[in-house]
Design a protein around this ligand. Structure first.
Ligand code: NAD
Ligand code: MG
Length: 403
């Protein structure tokens, strides 16, 4: 059946982080359905050339760059090509394009804590929020979900595992509702590029090796997180909040082929799974059209040529970041905020060749072992803690390098 038979009313969309891996895949799906989606705003950190091309193709009302110097360069590029998009800059403008009254949906695809305020602005404005930016939910946990409920926002998971779980839940279940009749969530993960490596080889892996994911093509930060299994740890915390389940009811299962994107086990013993080729356009198209369906551009999964589907338990000794995240999920909320901030600093230092891959786990362990644990009750408290942890994690790295 073609999707021409399905009518989705035209949605006005802001894509936060449009030049990244998720942003580009989002615009690929949107570009296939010009009758169903119009772009209100596109935003980027500093990727001027990519954003210029996206503005020429999608003609958004606004483009937002992180700083004014980049915005100036983008304005010059767009004026030469006669593109009418107005170029803005700074975090306040990111917040404005996320909460603007005429916008229906916001794709939250900025990487890291930088996405928290604009994503939360979209939530507070009661938008349909397509959440790729898992760090925003991990660092703010229950405060984020409270804002979703209080403002009647519609939160749709883009992370392939959480989108799979969402698709396996009863159709009237919304993110933040406690799903009925569930025994546990089975969160699958490929195991990353170092799944079969020894601890010694993992410890001295290079950034290129860490970013060489076997099944998915992604931005650098999530690629490194996938190599350390911190990504699965962040997803564990993400699942805890999105689906209102206790950490003891979430099981991480390593599934190297990345064909089953996660599963839900019900109390009668039934297990429902969502399968598909590993291509983020599937969850993106699902969330864009939800509760209907549209073409994502992804080819069919050929079940006949699939060799096998394998499953194994994660190795928490070779991948200590996953263990740290799983215990943070059961601790007072400051634990996840601290872990996320320290991890962002560690990953950046690793990508800049300042520390080794093995140092990521050592740094996280050191920060978590001294972290004060308490319940954060405001977003300002979350942001203060995030700032302070970054400062001390950077100081730890500096002291290690100068030692
Ligand atoms: P990416 O690095 O490819 O893109 C990040 C985007 O955010 C870019 O547009 C960049 O310009 C923008 N950005 C970065 N720092 C910024 C800042 N300080 N202020 C404003 N904008 C900033 O990352 P990605 O792989 O697309 O991932 C984006 C988010 O989606 C992450 O939270 C990631 O965990 C999540 N996610 C990604 C995938 C994937 O397949 N790539 C899958 C699941 C979830
Ligand atoms: Mg994922």
């Amino acid at each position: 059946m073609s999707d021409d038979t399905i009518s989705v009313s035209c949605q006005l969309i802001t894509v936060l982080g449009s030049t990244g891996s998720i942003g580009v895949s989002t615009l690929d799906v949107i570009g296939r359905h010009p009758d169903k989606f119009k772009v209100f705003a596109l935003t980027a950190d500093r990727s001027i050339d990519v954003l210029a091309k996206q503005c020429q193709q999608f003609n958004p009302v606004y483009a937002v760059m992180r700083d004014e110097a980049s915005a100036l360069q983008l304005r010059q590029k767009l004026s030469i090509s006669n593109c009418q998009t107005e170029v803005l800059s700074g975090e306040a403008e990111l917040v404005n394009v996320a909460q603007e009254a005429s916008v229906d949906s916001v794709m939250a695809a900025i990487v890291g804590a930088a996405g928290l305020l604009p994503t939360l602005a979209a939530v507070k404005a009661g938008k349909k929020v397509l959440l790729a930016n898992k760090e925003a939910l991990v660092m703010a946990g229950s405060l984020f979900m409270d804002a979703v409920r209080q403002n009647n926002a519609t939160l749709l998971p883009i992370d392939s595992e959480h989108n799979a779980i969402f698709q396996c839940l009863p159709t009237n279940c919304r993110a933040g509702d406690e799903p009925p009749g569930i025994r546990k969530l089975l969160l699958t993960g490929s195991g990353g590029p170092f799944r079969t490596w020894s601890a010694e080889s993992i410890a001295c892996a290079t950034p290129d090796q860490a970013c060489n994911h076997p099944n998915w093509s992604m931005g650098k930060k999530i690629s490194v997180d996938s190599a350390s299994l911190m990504n699965k740890g962040l997803e564990f915390i993400e699942a805890r909040w999105l689906f209102d389940v206790m950490p003891k009811d979430i099981q991480v299962v390593i599934h190297p082929q990345s064909i089953i994107h996660s599963m839900v086990e019900y109390i009668d013993g039934s297990i429902l799974a969502q399968l598909g080729n590993p291509d983020m356009r599937i969850p993106i198209a699902h969330a864009l059209a939800w509760p209907l369906r549209i073409d994502s551009g992804v080819k069919s999964l050929d079940m006949v040529t699939l060799s096998s589907l394998d499953f194994e338990a994660p190795d928490l000794t070779r991948f200590p970041a996953l263990a740290l995240a799983m215990s943070a999920a059961s601790a007072p909320s400051s634990a996840a905020t601290v872990l996320n901030a320290a991890n962002e600093v560690a990953v950046e230092a690793f990508l800049n060749n300042r520390i080794s891959f093995g140092d990521i786990g050592i740094l996280l362990d050191s920060v978590m072992s001294t972290a004060k644990l308490w319940e954060l009750d405001t977003i300002d408290a979350v942001l203060d803690l995030d700032f302070n942890v970054r400062r001390s994690a950077n100081a730890l790295i500096d002291s290690k390098i100068s030692a």
